[in-house]
Structures are given as structure tokens and as C-alpha cells.
Design a protein around this ligand. Structure first.
Ligand SMILES: Cc1cc2nc3c(=O)[nH]c(=O)nc-3n(C[C@H](O)[C@H](O)[C@H](O)COP(=O)(O)OP(=O)(O)OC[C@H]3O[C@@H](n4cnc5c(N)ncnc54)[C@H](O)[C@@H]3O)c2cc1C
Length: 432
């Protein structure tokens, strides 16, 4: 589908997702004075899911998005919907109480189910498919994958991971680069822009009002929160903030918990059925175990969507097609002659320890961010937890809010040069 019969494309970055976006309206910018029970800032998974769940509870909701719905990471990502938190469950158990780790695991399963349920309930056409194959990029990672599968089975009765030996991994991928795999048959993958557009439509059907091109310049504390854009003012009893990697300077306290980083994706030309099957035999999504992970899947029209490479400053590489293509060719040298039709990048937020950052700025101001590359399920679920917290049932929200997260010293971009050096160091280790 193209922009002519799909969404009106102005204001979005060019991407394969945009070229295949479902039909959607252009919403007006907020103007004048608007009253609401809850104002939500940000039109990604966090904001649209929060708006939907709040509207379903009967709240009068206004969502303000600075650009267009899904303009941020939610409309640009790899579309992998994994289980667990971003941190491996064994590693999580090492830093939080075992009971808390268990609740986090249960919440992550609920997050995955929520994504599937929202898609089914609201009839969202977003190429949802089952399965993520995690592949060992180094011999030393094989045992890690095996241990993860065993640990999840023994301690969490999770029966949906299957260890895949090297021979079978080679057959599943048409690449001999990897040393083994762990297939998770419950995990899923989808077209993220169509998913978030569907969430926004569902939120509106439930009664939420959505304004695009409405950048919030500031908000005040108080029993009524006043949220200002250049053209309008919203007064609300509650505020929910879901700006993640695009938060910039809106709030220093929240910004200090996260660091924005950029990640990149390309889409090849459509592949023949035989080549597509050679690259990913079972149409699952794939991600490797490197620090800067490579991840890929097939699109609805048989393109390879390949994600690779990170940068840590505000500027994107000039030639994104070439930038991501080199990562793709390391896995699939047979694609040397394959045309690259699209390449794009997006900004996500990571935290110091990769656990998400949920919290309150005041009794009536809530936020969720810092999903560290695991936001398709976690941000969708955050929206539900934010709605619970606004409604006064914050137990589950508080499990997440109480996870240990540290504040980064310094400013937003290059907030801590040491952190950037650290990330670059681990990225370098990937090569050995
Ligand atoms: C290239 C890439 C690949 C990724 N791959 C995956 C993946 O495969 N699986 C996975 O789980 N996660 C992945 N992620 C991470 C995932 O996309 C994010 O965690 C998730 O989309 C975050 O959703 P969000 O709604 O919190 O933020 P976003 O989708 O970034 O939305 C934030 C919105 O807030 C708006 N905003 C910011 N400031 C203001 C303001 N002042 N006023 C009004 N609006 C404002 C922005 O315009 C933006 O639209 C990836 C991210 C990227 C960039």
C-alpha cells in the first residue's frame, strides 16, 4: 500500500513502514483551552496504549503528539515482540529479589498476550506472526542460550523455547555465521507503524481525543496540571508522559534516567519466494547475541527488514543504506546484488541497567520510558499499567517503578561521555 491510499505521509520519515501504512486520518493540532481528566504526552506505543486503556475506563483523555502518531521509535522499529524484560531473567534475579523477578516475568508474559489481544480485539492489520529465533554470534554464547532455555523451563515452567543446534540453525537461516539458536515460539513480530496506528484508532473509538503536531513546551504541577503547546493549553487532573527517546528537555528528572541512542533498519527490494525461504525458512524474526544486535525478519511482501548499527549522538549517518547494508552482508553475503529500497533510523531510550524506568513526578503525574530496545511489548503494557495507576490501583505499576534504576549524570545527548565510551567499547568487543 502507498501513501496515496494509506495514511497522509507528510510529517513522517521515509521508511518501508510508511510506504505500507494503513489508512489513517491527519489529526488537528490542539488550539485554545481544552479540559480533560487525563492528558497523555506522546503518540507512540506508551501514549496510545495509555490513552486507549484510560478511555476504556471512562476517563476523558486528550493525547498530544509533537509530530504524527507513530512518528517516533514506535513507527520505525524492528517489530520484534519478545518475552521477559530486556535483561535476561537470570541476570534480573541477580539484581532484584527473586519474588520481584518472578512478577516481572509474569508481567512480561502478560505484555506479550496484551499485544496479541489488542491486535485481535481491535482488528489491527499489522502482519502479526509467531516466533523469534535468538542466534549465538560467538561460540561462547551457545551455552548462554542453552542455559536460558533450561532456566525458563525449570524455574518458570516456560515450555516455548527450543534449543536449535548449529546444523539446524544454518538450515533455518541460509547463513553459516551462527553457532546455535534458541527458538521462542510464543514471541512474535509485527509491522510496528500499523500496530501503533491501530492503537490510536482504537483509543479514539473508545473516546480519546488525539492531537498531532502539538508539541508540549511545558507542564506545571498542581492538583490541576496545565500543559502548554504553542497554540493551546490543556488542563487535566492527571498527566501521563510517554516521550521515551524523544523526551529531550521536557523534564530533567525523567531525562536523567535515560540515554537516547539511535538504531537503524533497512528494507531490501521484494525477494523471490525461494530466496526469502532460504534466508528465513520459517518466517520467524531473528536476533543475534551481539551487544549491538543484528535483527531481521521478512516483511509482508517478502522484503528482508534488517536492523543493525547504533550511534550515540543526535546525528544519523549520512548514507543509511550503506551503513546498515554492511551489517546485513556480514550475515547474508548472497545479498550483495540485492537492491536496498529503504533505510531509516530511530531513537530509543536505554537505562543504565536496561530495566525500564517507570515513576511519578507528582501524585498525579506518571511516566514510563527507557524500555532499552524491548518497547513493543513493554511500552504497550506500560500504557495499561499507567491507566491502572491513574485509576488508583498502582500495585503493578509500582513493581515496575520500584525496579532499581540509576540516574545518569550530565546532559541529554552525550550525557555522560564515559557511558558513550563504554557503549563503544562493548560494540568493539562484538568484532572479536
Ligand atoms: C530502529 C529501532 C528498532 C527497534 N526495535 C525494536 C524491536 O524490534 N522490539 C522492541 O521491543 N523494541 C524495539 N525498539 C524500541 C521500541 O521501538 C521503543 O521502545 C518503543 O517504540 C517506545 O515507545 P514509546 O511510545 O515510549 O516512544 P516513541 O514511540 O518514541 O514515542 C514517543 C513520542 O513522543 C513524542 N514527543 C516527544 N516529546 C514530545 C512533546 N514535548 N510533546 C508532544 N509529543 C512529544 C514524539 O514525537 C514521539 O512520537 C526499537 C527502536 C528503534 C529506534
Amino acid at each position: 500500500m502507498t501513501g496515496i491510499i494509506g495514511i497522509v505521509t507528510s510529517g513522517y520519515i521515509d521508511s518501508y513502514y510508511l510506504a505500507t501504512a494503513n489508512t489513517g486520518p491527519v489529526r488537528p493540532a490542539v488550539a485554545g483551552e481544552v479540559e480533560a481528566d487525563v492528558c497523555v504526552i506522546g503518540g507512540g506505543f506508551t501514549g496510545t496504549s495509555a490513552a486507549l486503556h484510560l478511555a476504556e475506563r471512562g476517563y476523558k483523555v486528550v493525547l498530544l503528539e509533537a509530530e504524527r502518531i507513530g512518528w517516533g521509535a514506535s513507527g520505525r522499529n524492528g517489530g520484534h515482540v519478545g518475552v521477559g524484560q530486556r535483561k535476561a531473567q537470570q541476570d534480573l534475579e541477580a539484581i532484584v529479589d527473586k519474588g520481584v523477578a518472578r512478577i516481572c516475568w509474569q508481567l512480561s508474559l502478560e505484555a506479550l498476550d496484551l499485544v496479541k489481544d489488542l491486535i485481535a480485539r481491535h482488528n489491527i492489520d499489522c502482519d502479526l506472526k509467531q516466533g523469534i529465533l535468538h542466534v549465538a554470534a560467538k561460540p561462547g554464547h551457545v551455552d548462554d542460550l542453552r542455559r536460558t532455555g533450561t532456566h525458563l523451563l525449570q524455574h518458570y515452567s516456560y515450555e516455548h523455547t527450543h534449543f536449535v543446534d548449529k546444523q539446524e540453525t544454518d538450515r533455518m537461516l541460509g547463513s553459516e555465521k551462527y553457532f546455535a539458536g534458541l527458538l521462542d515460539t510464543q514471541a512474535a513480530h509485527l509491522h510496528p507503524l500499523n500496530y501503533v496506528l491501530g492503537l490510536a484508532t482504537a483509543a479514539e473509538s473508545a473516546g480519546a481525543r488525539i492531537f498531532e503536531r502539538s508539541r508540549v513546551q511545558s507542564f506545571s504541577n498542581g492538583s490541576t496540571v496545565t500543559i502548554r503547546t504553542d497554540a493551546g493549553t490543556v488542563r487535566a487532573k492527571y498527566l501521563v508522559v510517554g516521550c521515551n527517546g524523544y523526551l529531550e528537555r521536557l523534564n530533567g528528572g525523567m531525562a536523567g534516567k535515560i540515554m537516547p541512542i539511535n538504531n537503524f533498519v533497512l528494507a531490501t527490494e521484494p525477494l523471490s519466494d525461494s530466496l526469502a525461504t532460504e534466508l528465513i525458512r520459517d518466517d520467524v524474526a531473528v536476533q543475534d547475541t551481539l551487544f549491538v544486535i543484528n535483527y531481521w525478519k521478512l516483511s509482508g511482501d517478502n522484503r528482508l527488514l534488517f536492523g543493525g548499527g547504533e550511534t550515540y549522538t543526535k546525528r544519523f549517518p549520512r548514507d543509511l543504506k550503506q551503513f546498515v547494508r554492511k551489517y546485513m552482508l556480514r550475515v547474508y553475503p548472497q545479498l550483495k546484488q540485492t537492491r536496498i529500497d529503504y533505510a531509516w533510523g530511530g531513537t530509543l531510550a536505554i537505562t543504565m541497567n536496561r530495566l525500564p524506568s517507570f515513576g511519578r513526578l507528582a501524585d498525579n503525574i506518571f511516566f514510563a520510558q527507557g524500555y532499552s530496545g524491548h518497547g513493543v511489548p513493554t511500552a504497550s503494557f506500560a500504557g495499561k499499567l499507567l491507566a491502572e495507576a491513574v485509576a488508583g490501583t498502582a500495585e503493578r505499576f509500582d513493581v515496575m517503578a520500584n525496579l532499581p534504576t540509576r540516574t545518569f549524570p550530565g546532559g541529554t545527548w552525550l550525557r555522560w561521555p564515559g557511558m558513550v565510551v563504554g557503549l563503544a567499547y562493548y560494540a568493539m568487543l562484538d568484532r572479536f
